[in-house]
Structure formats: C-alpha cells, structure tokens
Ligand binder design. Sequence first.
Ligand SMILES: CC(C)(COP(=O)(O)OP(=O)(O)OC[C@H]1O[C@@H](n2cnc3c(N)ncnc32)[C@H](O)[C@@H]1OP(=O)(O)O)[C@@H](O)C(=O)NCCC(=O)NCCS
Length: 326
Amino acid sequence: MAANLFIETIRAKASNKQLTVGFPDAEDIRSIEAAVILQKENIARAVLIGNKIKIHNLSSDNGLNIDGIMIYDPSVSEHIQEFAHILFEKRKSKGMTLIEASIKVADPLYYGGLLLETGRIDACVGGNISSTGNVLRAAIHTVGVAEGISVVSSYFIMILPDKMFCFADCAVNPDPNPEQLADIAISSAANYQAVTGEQPKIAMLSFSTKGSADHPHVDKVVSATNIIKEKSPGLAVDGELQLDAAIIKSIGEKKSPGSPVAGSANVLIFPDLDAGNIGYKLTQRLAGAEAIGPIVQGLNKPYCDLSRGCSSADMVNVAAICTLMA
Ligand SMILES: CC(C)(COP(=O)(O)OP(=O)(O)OC[C@H]1O[C@@H](n2cnc3c(N)ncnc32)[C@H](O)[C@@H]1OP(=O)(O)O)[C@@H](O)C(=O)NCCC(=O)NCCS
C-alpha cells in the first residue's frame, strides 16, 4: 500500500470515530495548524492546551482561524484543584504532596494527561516541543500503564509498496526482559489490528530459528514467546525466528514448518532496542519504507509522543492513529 493511501485510510477511519484529541505542546504553530486541519477535514475534534493569549497571538500572526477550537489554559483553569487531587492520589505513595501535585498539573503535559484520564478528551498528542522523556513521564504518571501490561513501549508502522508491518520496540525500552518483551508483542498486535484492520501475525525475532543457536539471548525470546502463548492464547505468534524465516514464505516453511506465522509475519518484535532501532532505520533508509512513528503504546489511554522535528501533517497523522487506539 502506498503511504498516502494508508494515511487517507487512517484519516477516514478516525473521521468515523469523531473523537477529541488534545495537544499539550500547543504554544507552537504546528499544533495550531494540526488542530485546524483536524477540525476542517472533520478527522477529529481538537483541543489546545496552553497559554490562551500566546495561542491566540500565534494563530492571528499566522493567519489561522481557531474559532470553534477549545483552548484549555492551565494557568486559569477551573479544573486545577480537581486535577491536583487526582494526581496527588496517584502519586502520594511515591512521596508527592498536594502542593507539589498542584504545581505539576499546571504543566500542559500533565494537564493534558488529566483531561485524558478524566474522559474530557480521548487521546493526547505531545512532544513537538517537549522531550520524549517528559511526555512519557507525564503519561505514565497521569493515565498510567494499561491493565495487565508491564511496560510502556512504542511501535512503528512501516509501509512498503506491497506490505505493511508493525515494528517494535524501536524507541523506548533498551533491554526488555521476557515478560516485558511479551507485553510489547501483545500491545503491538492489538494496535496493528486497530490501525490497519489486518490480522496480526507476530514474529519474535532472534539470530536463531527454532533452536538453531544456543545462547541466553535466544532463551529470552523463547521465554517471551511462551509467555505470549499463555497470556493471549488466541494470538498467532511464533519464535524464536530469524528475520528471513519470519517474512519469506519459502524460508519460513523450511525453517519452521507448520508455523501459523513464519513466512507471513506482519508484527516484528525485536529482542532489544539496538536491534529495533537499527532495524527500522535500515528498512527506512535502504528499502525506502515509509516509517510512521514511534507511536507510544502500553498506556491505559492513548498518549502519543512526536519527534520534535515533526510537521503539522505528521501531527495530524499521529492524532488520527492515536484516536484509532482509543
Ligand atoms: C520512560 C522514561 C521517560 C522514564 O525515565 P525516568 O523518569 O528517568 O526513569 P524512572 O525510572 O524514574 O521512571 C519514571 C517512572 O516511569 C516508570 N517507567 C519508566 N519506564 C517505563 C516503561 N517503559 N514502562 C512503564 N513504566 C515505566 C517508572 O517505573 C517510574 O515510575 P514511578 O515514578 O511510579 O516510580 C525513560 O525511559 C525515557 O526517557 N525513555 C525514552 C527513551 C528515549 O528518549 N528514546 C528515544 C526516542 S526515539
């Protein structure tokens, strides 16, 4: 599928859901442009979170009409006390005081997380100004990690002319243990299905296929595969598999006969962040794949992070994907 067709499809699917997306890094013209596009093209409702005067000035300086787009300004918000209490309850066991919580919730990243937590918005998209660490920390502390999932991670949708893949984790966890690796795979499979509509087939990647090598790194992938089978028996998964056995039919049939996945995998789970990050960049740079992501996953509610170099069109696409995960 061509990248632009994929993007058209996710925008149309998002439009059917008509959810509300918050932009906590809103004092940035790209957020305002993204919000205007989302509203104008009827993809989602958008809300901007930040200083009202700055947002209005930025909009008018750039000739953007933001009538009809709601702005939440944490510095004058009626929700601050409510949000401070919610955050305090979540974080008091970690030593946070109510006063500290009241200060924290004025940060748009936390404020956005609490709009999401309290159901006032359905998805949150930040990181066009803030660092990944700050976005993830705010998300983990407000909406929290999903029930039954041990770790927040990320995935990329990799688009090649004849096929789409999900690659994970390419951006967050340097060295996941077997339980974490299993949860990365389970989250990725759910999101691949939600975003593409295709049935996920998970390959747990390694430098070994079905015992061809003996090493603790291989054992980790085998353990993770077993955990997935126990936790989510309905998922199509196989491991440990080398990349060629995962995606090339003739090699998959030879190296893992009878596998429901080998040769036709579409969710590729890398054993660690070195492999994942290098793997997605190789596919992007040498094979010319369009890489959409990293999309944060494993949270209770969708709170996505952007690259600081993103465009407003990237923000619209991530916002659309984020609503499909809601
Ligand atoms: C997630 C991240 C922000 C945590 O950083 P940190 O604040 O320095 O680390 P901490 O260990 O103090 O974690 C903060 C909290 O998040 C939790 N946490 C950290 N990583 C987590 C993960 N992957 N999944 C779930 N929870 C996680 C911790 O348990 C901790 O919880 P607590 O405050 O309730 O105790 C950090 O791993 C990070 O910055 N990751 C992004 C990496 C990155 O920049 N990649 C490049 C992108 S291309």
